[in-house]
Design a protein around this ligand. Structure first.
Ligand SMILES: NC(=O)c1ccc[n+]([C@@H]2O[C@H](COP(=O)([O-])OP(=O)(O)OC[C@H]3O[C@@H](n4cnc5c(N)ncnc54)[C@H](OP(=O)(O)O)[C@@H]3O)[C@@H](O)[C@H]2O)c1
Length: 240
């Protein structure tokens, strides 16, 4: 019961990684809240492990305001916040519209800033509390055809390191985790050729396992980890 008495909020609990984490954190004793966007059927199934799903469009800051009010009433406190939801709208720069750029940056970068700021009063009541950003190698290496997504993840890495410096004195730890190349809704949208290149570049010639990433997140969220902040961990067997 590594997470006994911990209250956790993860965005995008309906994602491939989110589902694995929600189940494992609930089994580890945490009170888990998660957000979902379109996947209401998955959300209801996921609640069978004892977690609670709440709908939220992270592109809409007014919806985040209403969500925070409802969450505060329901949860009353917060130990761990995980920014896991992510949007993508891939296109080469010649074809990428301003809307595609803005939509991805709003969900992947502005929402983590805005939600963290809104939830700070709850996070500051727990010592230590923790914030995790789910980042991607694209934020360091770039990805042709996904400049918006890569820019959002690079921004999240910089935000992780900045907030770690700002919030350390308040005993809030801020870290990033790159889960590596997983089979998920996001990677299923890539071409067969891109998938093959990614697998060939990987020394282990395999996808990253969301269950293993979720186990690692459970450890990081637990009191076993109390002094690490401003770091980015990579489940990435490909060289950068
Ligand atoms: N898959 C990979 O290979 C990979 C590699 C590196 C990093 N990552 C990162 O790891 C995290 C999890 O990835 P994943 O592949 O498991 O994700 P995924 O299966 O593609 O799911 C995306 C999640 O984001 C939510 N979402 C999308 N737009 C939203 C919006 N406007 N408002 C609120 N929620 C929204 C979705 O909610 P609904 O399903 O409810 O609509 C879903 O839960 C992401 O941050 C991703 O960038 C993934």
């Amino acid at each position: 019961m590594l997470l006994k008495d911990k209250t956790i909020l993860i965005t995008g609990g309906t994602s491939t990684l989110g589902q694995a984490f929600v189940r494992k954190a609930s089994t580890a004793g945490a009170r888990v809240f998660f957000t979902y966007f379109n996947s209401s059927v998955v959300a209801r199934e996921l609640e069978s492990c004892g977690a609670m799903g709440l709908p939220l469009d992270l592109a809409d800051m007014r919806a985040i305001d209403a969500f925070v009010a409802e969450f505060t009433k329901k949860a009353g406190g917060l130990d761990i916040l995980i920014h896991n939801a992510a949007a993508f709208a891939n296109a080469l720069i010649e074809q990428m519209t301003e809307k595609q750029w803005d939509d991805v940056l709003r969900v992947n970068l502005k929402a983590p800033f805005y939600l963290t700021r809104k939830l700070l009063p709850l996070l500051m009541q727990k010592k230590p509390s923790k914030v995790f950003m789910m980042i991607s190698r694209t934020g360091l290496s770039g990805l042709a055809g996904a400049a918006n997504y890569a820019a959002s993840k690079g921004g999240l890495i910089a935000m992780t390191k900045s907030l770690a410096k700002e919030l350390g004195r308040k005993k809030i730890l801020v870290n990033g985790v790159n889960p590596g190349f997983m089979e998920s809704g996001m990677t299923r949208s890539l071409s067969e050729k891109t998938l093959q290149i990614n697998l060939e570049e990987s020394p282990l010639k395999s996808y990253s396992d969301p269950e293993e990433v979720a186990d690692f997140l459970v450890y990081l969220a637990s009191d076993q980890m109390r002094q690490v902040t401003g770091q980015v961990f990579h489940f990435e067997s490909r060289p950068f």
